[in-house]
Design a binder for this molecule. Structure first.
Ligand code: CIR
Length: 258
C-alpha cells in the first residue's frame, strides 16, 4: 500500500451542522467533533505522518472533509470540481494551501466535469473512481487524464454506484487485495484483483478504513472490522467518528495524505 509522510487536515467549523448530510442521526456536537478531530490527527501522527492542520473555515460547513477538494498522487495534487454546489468554493482555499506544499494541477477545462476525492480509491496501480451523486463520467475522464500524466502506470476505472454518498463511504481497501464493502453500497462491477468482504449491514459504516504506513485507522464500535483489521495490521487505532458520521463523513474524508 502507499506509504505517507504528510497529511493535511482542517479543523471542523462550528457551522459543521449546517453542512450536507443524508443521515438522520441528529445535529453534531461541535465540541465533541473537535475532540474527535484531535484524536484523528494524533492517530495519524502516531503512524509516522507529519500532520498539517488548517484553521477552521466557518464559511464552509463541510470544509473539514478535505479529502473531497483534491486528489494527491506521487506528490502532485489535482484540484477537483465538487458535485455538491455548496462545496465548490472550498477548492479556492485548498488550492492555495496545496500550492505551498506541492505542485498543483487543475482537473481540466470541461465545465461539466464533477469529481470529489471521496470517490477515488487507490488499490496499488489501479484507481477505482465512483460514479456517484457527486462524481460524473466526465469527471472520471478528466481525472484519468490528469493521473496518467502524473503516473502513466496507473489504470483508472469508473465504478457506477448507488446507495451511499461516495465510493469510499461504502468501500475501501484493508490491503491492496482485500476490499471491505457496506451492503448499502450498490456496485455491479466485479473486482477480480481482490477479495471483497461484505460486512453485516449494521456494521456497514466501518467499511471506510484508512491504512497509513504500518497501521490502520478504523471506526470504533464495529467488531467484525476490528477483527479483520487485527488480522492484517499490527497497529489498529480505533477512533470514535460519531459526530462526523452524522454529517456523512468517515475516516478517509478528514485528511489528504501524501
Ligand atoms: C458532504 O456531504 O459533502 C459532507 N457532509 C460529507 C463529505 C464526506 N466526504 C467523504 O466521504 N469523502
Amino acid at each position: 500500500m502507499k506509504r505517507y509522510t504528510h497529511a493535511l487536515a482542517r479543523r471542523p467549523a462550528r457551522s459543521l451542522g449546517d453542512g450536507l448530510t443524508t443521515q438522520a442521526l441528529g445535529a453534531p456536537d461541535i465540541d465533541l467533533a473537535l475532540k474527535q478531530h484531535d484524536a484523528y490527527c494524533a492517530a495519524l501522527a502516531a503512524l509516522g505522518v507529519e500532520v498539517i492542520v488548517l484553521d477552521a473555515d466557518e464559511r464552509h460547513p463541510d470544509s473539514c472533509f478535505v479529502e473531497d477538494p483534491a486528489v494527491i498522487h506521487d506528490g502532485v495534487a489535482v484540484v477537483t470540481r465538487p458535485g455538491a454546489r455548496s462545496r465548490r468554493a472550498e477548492i479556492r482555499g485548498m488550492r492555495e494551501h496545496l500550492r505551498e506544499l506541492m505542485p498543483v494541477v487543475e482537473l481540466g477545462d470541461d465545465d461539466d466535469a464533477r469529481l470529489e476525492g471521496g470517490d477515488v480509491l487507490f488499490c496499488g496501480n489501479l484507481v477505482l473512481v465512483g460514479q456517484s451523486q457527486r462524481t460524473n463520467v466526465t469527471g472520471v475522464t478528466a481525472l484519468t487524464a490528469r493521473l496518467r500524466e502524473i503516473d502513466p502506470d496507473l489504470e483508472v476505472r469508473g465504478v457506477p454506484l448507488s446507495g451511499v454518498l461516495h465510493l469510499k463511504t461504502g468501500m475501501t481497501a484493508l490491503s491492496d487485495t482485500l476490499l471491505l464493502r457496506d451492503p448499502a453500497c450498490v456496485v455491479t462491477d466485479r473486482f477480480d484483483f481482490a477479495q471483497t468482504i461484505l460486512l453485516p449491514r449494521e456494521q456497514g459504516y466501518a467499511a471506510n478504513v484508512l491504512p497509513v504506513n504500518d497501521g490502520v485507522l478504523i471506526a470504533t464500535g464495529f467488531p467484525r472490522v476490528a477483527a479483520l483489521a487485527r488480522e492484517h495490521w499490527s497497529q489498529v487505532i480505533e477512533l470514535d467518528m460519531s459526530e462526523f458520521h452524522k454529517m456523512d463523513g468517515s475516516l478517509t474524508c478528514l485528511s489528504l495524505l501524501w
